[in-house]
Design a protein around this ligand. Structure first.
Ligand code: SF4
Length: 322
C-alpha cells in the first residue's frame, strides 16, 4: 500500500559522524520499500518498525519540496565539504509503483522535484554534491534530467554479487544484475559518474574482483565494498522477507581496502588537511546538531586527503576530498 506521510518535518538529515561510509546528510523522500531484500537492515536496526510494515507500506513525504528549499537556504553557509548528501539510503528511490502513485495520485514526481531543487541551488551558487543510491534500472527514465546535472551527481549502484542466481536468493524484486549492468552502461555513456556499492557484498575477494571488472567494463569509475551487518547470509537465504528476523551480529563494516576505489580512500602519497567536521563524541555523549549549531557541533580535525572522484566532475574545492 502507498500513502501520503504528512508527519515528516524535515528533508535533509544531518549525520552524527562523517567517514568513509557516512555522508554529512542523508535524504529519503519515502518511508518504506517494497523491494523486500532479505538482508535489509532498515526495519529494526535503523527504523523502529516491523519488516512486514516496512516492506508493505510506503509513505511518500508531503511538502518535501518546500521543506528542502527552506533547508538548503538555511544550510547555505556550511563549509563546502559538508554540502554532500546521499539520497535513498533507507528506501529505494526508483520503485515503479511509487513513481506511478506520485504521478497519478499526487500529480507530481517527488524525485524529479527534488533533483530540480538541488539543480536550481547549484546554478545559483549553493552547490551540493548528490550521491543517488539505487539498485533499480528505472533510474534510466530520469536520464534526460540527470544528464543536465552530471557535474553535481554521482550515481551509486548497489550490487551484492556478480551473479543473478545468487542475487535472486536474497533480493527477488529488485532489478536483475544484468539490468543493473545495463543501467551502469547507459549512465556512463552519458558521462555520469557511477560508483558501485558492493554493500552488503556476498562472497569472497575473488567474487568482488570479478564484480569490479564487470562493472568497470560497463563504465563505472568507482567502487566501494562492505560486509553484511546485523545478519548472517546462510540464515536469510530464500526466507519470507515479511517474517520477523532477529539479529545475529552487530555492525562490523568489514571491507577490503584495496577494492575501495575513488570512494573516500587516502590519496597517495599520504597528505592531510584540517577541516571542520562533526565533533567526535565519547560513548553516551549527547549529539549536538552541527547543521543548526555549527559553532558548538563542529570541531577542527586533521584528516587524510581522500579520493572521491570529485575532481573529475567539477572544479569546486571540497576541502579534504578530491
Ligand atoms: S532496496 Fe534497499 S531499502 Fe529497499 S528493501 Fe532492499 S535494501 Fe532495503
Amino acid at each position: 500500500m502507498i500513502n501520503k506521510n504528512t508527519k515528516s518535518t524535515y528533508s535533509l538529515k544531518p549525520q552524527r559522524k562523517v567517514g568513509i561510509f557516512d555522508y554529512p546528510f542523508t535524504l529519503n523522500p519515502y518511508i518504506g520499500c517494497e523491494m523486500q531484500c532479505t538482508y535489509c537492515f532498515v526495519p529494526g536496526p535503523v527504523i523502529k518498525t516491523t519488516r512486514s510494515d516496512f516492506f508493505q507500506n510506503v509513505q511518500v513525504k508531503i511538502n518535501f519540496e518546500q521543506m528542502l528549499k527552506k533547508e538548503l537556504e538555511k544550510y547555505s553557509t556550511l563549509p563546502q565539504h559538508l554540502k554532500r548528501v546521499q539520497i535513498g539510503v533507507t528506501t529505494e528511490l526508483f520503485q515503479p509503483k511509487v513513481t506511478n502513485y506520485m504521478k497519478t495520485t499526487l500529480g507530481y514526481d517527488l524525485i524529479e522535484e527534488t533533483l530540480k531543487v538541488f539543480k536550481a541551488n547549484w546554478d545559483a551558487g549553493n552547490k551540493w554534491m548528490l550521491h543517488i543510491l539505487t539498485k533499480n534500472h528505472n533510474i534510466i527514465s530520469y536520464l534526460p534530467l540527470l544528464k543536465t546535472m552530471k557535474d553535481m551527481i554521482q550515481v551509486e549502484f548497489s550490487f551484492i554479487h556478480h551473479d543473478d542466481t545468487i542475487s535472486r536468493e536474497y533480493e527477488k524484486y529488485t532489478s536483475s544484475i544484468t539490468k543493473r549492468l545495463d543501467a551502469v552502461d547507459q549512465l556512463s555513456k552519458e558521462g555520469i559518474f557511477v560508483r558501485i556499492m558492493a554493500m552488503p557484498f556476498y562472497g569472497d575477494q575473488n567474487d568482488l574482483t570479478k564484480l569490479k571488472d564487470m562493472v568497470f567494463n560497463a563504465g563505472a569509475q568507482a567502487f566501494k565494498n562492505k560486509s553484511l551487518n546485523y545478519y548472517e547470509w546462510n540464515k536469510i537465504k530464500n526466507i519470507n522477507p515479511l517474517d520477523p528476523l532477529s539479529r545475529s551480529k552487530t555492525k562490523t563494516n568489514i571491507h577490503i581496502p584495496s577494492l575501495i576505489i575513488k570512494s573516500g580512500e587516502d590519496i597517495l602519497p599520504h597528505s592531510t588537511k584540517t577541516v571542520l567536521l562533526p565533533k567526535k563524541r565519547k560513548r553516551k555523549e549527547k549529539f549536538i546538531n552541527w547543521s543548526v549549531k555549527p559553532g558548538a557541533g563542529l570541531e577542527l580535525q586533521t584528516v587524510s586527503v581522500a579520493d572521491m572522484g570529485y575532481s573529475s566532475i567539477n572544479s569546486i574545492d571540497w576541502g579534504y576530498l578530491k
